[in-house]
Write a protein that binds this ligand. Structure first.
Ligand code: NAD
Length: 256
């Protein structure tokens, strides 16, 4: 593994499982020093411990994107332990609410509110908490996890798609406002990505896998590591001239 991220200090928010956990593993393997933050404290702790066992440098902290004080405390803990920040992968989303995110006509407003609170307002809070620390270092990289759902024109889960569209807009704002000060902001928009947790779930039937594969012009479906690789590149010096973009990582399933 190349060490493009040697000694870079990075917080991964939403690191307790799935894509965030894979990102922690990848960033550590490339030499970064990583804070793994999640509302799932046990998950984040296990992810950080596994990264250390593999020879990396990682620790964990609690964060709840619905709670401003918690966001500020988690970022402060990361900065204190790492001595500053060079980058952040802001990746968390409430994927419980998505199960009841039906249509614009009948979605319950508490599901809409919860989705926007975590997936959009929470990312604004993370941006506010992280950005001053990147500026203090003379620049840095912010990577948000969006979704193909923002551009996919789906007949279901409107709240989720709206939250991810809003996230793309937040990212472009950050890129435009602070680009000259050395900040890069970009979104990674995964397509259907089978995380280790999804792989074990009885809800992910063979019929769903076959349906998604038929819609994907690639020989296999996506894995969390496919997304982590793009995040690592955007956080590295290879990504320093990339700003304000939404990268769809989806095996070609959506070509907006
Ligand atoms: N897996 C896919 O197919 C797919 C496709 C497109 C986009 N995404 C996006 O990728 C990101 C990661 O999703 P994943 O598939 O790895 O699922 P995941 O559930 O494994 O990861 C989401 C993480 O966010 C955390 N989280 C939830 N609510 C939180 C809160 N209030 N505060 C802090 N953390 C919170 C969860 O504990 C979890 O660790 C999400 O933003 C999701 O929208 C995933």
């Amino acid at each position: 593994m190349i060490d493009r991220l040697r000694n870079k200090c990075i917080i991964v928010i939403g690191a307790g499982s799935g894509i965030g956990a894979a990102t922690v593993r990848r960033l550590c393997a490339e030499g970064a020093r990583v804070c793994a933050a999640d509302i799932n404290e046990a998950g984040a702790k296990a992810v950080a411990a596994a990264a250390r066992d593999a020879g990396g440098e990682a620790f964990s902290t609690y964060i709840d994107l619905a709670d401003e004080a918690s966001v500020n405390a988690a970022v402060a803990a990361a900065v204190e332990r790492l001595g500053g920040l060079d980058g952040a992968h802001i990746n968390a989303a409430d994927l419980q609410a998505i199960m009841q995110d039906s249509t614009a006509l009948d979605v319950a407003l508490d599901i809409f509110d919860r989705t926007l609170t975590v997936n959009l307002r929470g990312h604004l809070l993370c941006t506010r908490a992280v950005l001053p620390h990147l500026l203090a270092r003379g620049g840095g990289a912010l990577i948000y996890t969006s979704s193909g759902a923002a551009d996919g024109a789906e007949p279901v889960r409107p709240s989720y798609a709206m939250s991810k569209s809003g996230l793309n807009a937040l990212m472009r704002h950050v890129a435009a406002a602070w680009g000259r000060q050395g900040i890069t902001a970009n979104c990674v928009a995964p397509g259907f990505t089978i995380t280790p947790e999804m792989d074990k779930s009885p809800h992910l039937t063979q019929a769903i896998r076959d349906y998604m594969q038929a819609r994907t012009p690639a020989p296999r479906l996506g894995q969390a590591e496919d997304i982590a690789g793009m995040v690592a590149m955007l956080l590295s010096d290879d990504g320093r001239w990339i700003n304000g973009q939404v990268y769809h990582v989806n095996g070609g399933a959506l070509m907006p």
